[in-house]
Design a binder for this molecule. Structure first.
Ligand code: KG4
Ligand code: ZN
Length: 345
């Protein structure tokens, strides 16, 4: 069957057509990134984001169908992101998807963006075995999940303050390096000495396993200020390399510790930051030759995309009792819904 996926939770309008069932493939993907629109502000401006989603979503959908050589009549299911994300942006995708579903009589399912990031690893790796650990690292989230099956997840650790991608974006913004910061810092990494600066690994005073990243930001920003270090200098590159080295080690050590404590067969790392060169290398090195298998989505499916939404939408659809699809009261939500143990909405 053909599934049309729609993603509009943040600063990327994305539409994809995937085929699932006998064949499992991404047929086409259309993405309109809003990065140039937000870059001058050093971060996403919600009002600009929702307006731009609204301007391009119908065009992107028409282009996707054209590229797939299909019409609306061929689409068997529409899957869209309900949340978490920017509420105005989510509502554009949601309203558009609902309207299309209603007008064409196509079943509709809403999926959670964070679980869609986990699902992105399954696009190229259908045989990922449970139980698994899923580390979702993005601009909005840094959460380590334990999953015994696809539709249930236990949160083992989440960030108490900023997400790791958000820290990278804020550091880059502070030094005028552009937006988004993750890819900019990724490029700097190889030019610096990652052992030059030491960072204290964050620990929760209440003994919780949660992550914290705001201390990294303070340390990276304060150091050049107090020592009058310029951004193009070797010392600055060493500082950025050392920060990335330390932050990735922190993510890896907590994931590795959980993988020793729990009976997991697989580890997934997904979300925009899983595109990071150092992160991919360090996780691969650690899990190579290990009983536990590591799965990283292909780079284009690490950052926000609609293929992961369509992929998870199908999984949800085949689990639903017949005709129990989303109705037109389906709503968006801005905040993550998971608590210590959660089921998909
Ligand atoms: O998953 P995503 O597209 O959106 C959210 O759901 O948040 O992630 C965006 C985040 C941004 O913070 C961006 O700086 C980061 O992913 N990112 C990277 C890289 N590419 C994107 N971080 C580190 N290294 C990269 N190569
Ligand atoms: Zn995302």
């Amino acid at each position: 069957m053909y599934i049309l996926g729609i993603e509009s939770s943040c600063d990327e309008t994305a539409v994809a057509v995937v085929e699932r069932g006998e064949k499992n493939a991404v047929i086409c993907e259309q993405v309109k990134s809003q990065i140039p629109l937000h870059a001058k502000y050093g971060g996403v401006v919600p009002e600009i984001a929702s307006r731009n989603h609204y301007e391009v979503i119908d065009y992107l959908t028409a282009e996707a169908l054209k590229e797939a050589n299909l019409t609306c009549d061929d689409i068997d299911l529409i899957a869209l992101t309900r949340g978490p994300g920017l509420i105005g942006s989510l509502l554009v995708g949601l309203s558009f998807g609902k309207g299309l579903a209603l007008a064409q009589g196509i079943p509709l399912v809403g999926v959670d963006h964070i679980y869609a990031h986990i699902e992105s690893a399954f696009i190229d790796n259908p045989g990922i075995e449970y139980p698994l650990l899923a580390l979702v690292v993005s601009g909005g989230h840094t959460t380590l999940f334990y999953q015994e099956s696809k539709f249930e997840a236990k949160v083992l650790a989440k960030t108490r303050d900023d997400a790791v991608g958000e820290i990278m974006d804020k550091i880059a913004k502070f030094f005028g390096l552009g937006y988004p910061g993750g890819p900019v810092l990724d490029k700097i990494y190889k030019d610096g000495d990652s052992k030059k600066f030491q960072f204290t690994r964050p620990r929760m005073s209440d003994g919780s396993a949660d992550f914290s990243f705001s201390g990294y930001k303070t340390a990276v920003i304060r150091h050049p200020q107090s020592k009058d270090i310029k951004t193009g200098s070797q010392v600055f590159k060493d500082l950025i390399s050392s920060f990335l080295h330390s932050a990735v080690d922190y993510l890896l050590s907590k994931t590795a510790a959980a993988s020793e404590e729990l009976p997991v067969k697989s580890v997934i790392v997904s979300g925009g930051v899983s595109r990071n060169t150092l992160l991919r290398k360090k996780f691969r090195d650690y899990f190579s030759g290990h009983d536990i298998k590591l799965y990283l989505p292909s780079p284009r499916h690490c950052t926000d995309n609609a293929a992961m939404v369509a992929w998870l939408g199908y999984e949800k659809y085949i689990k639903l009792p017949e005709n129990n699809y989303a109705d037109f009261y389906l709503n968006a939500y801005s905040r993550a819904t998971f608590r210590e143990k959660s089921k998909h909405k």
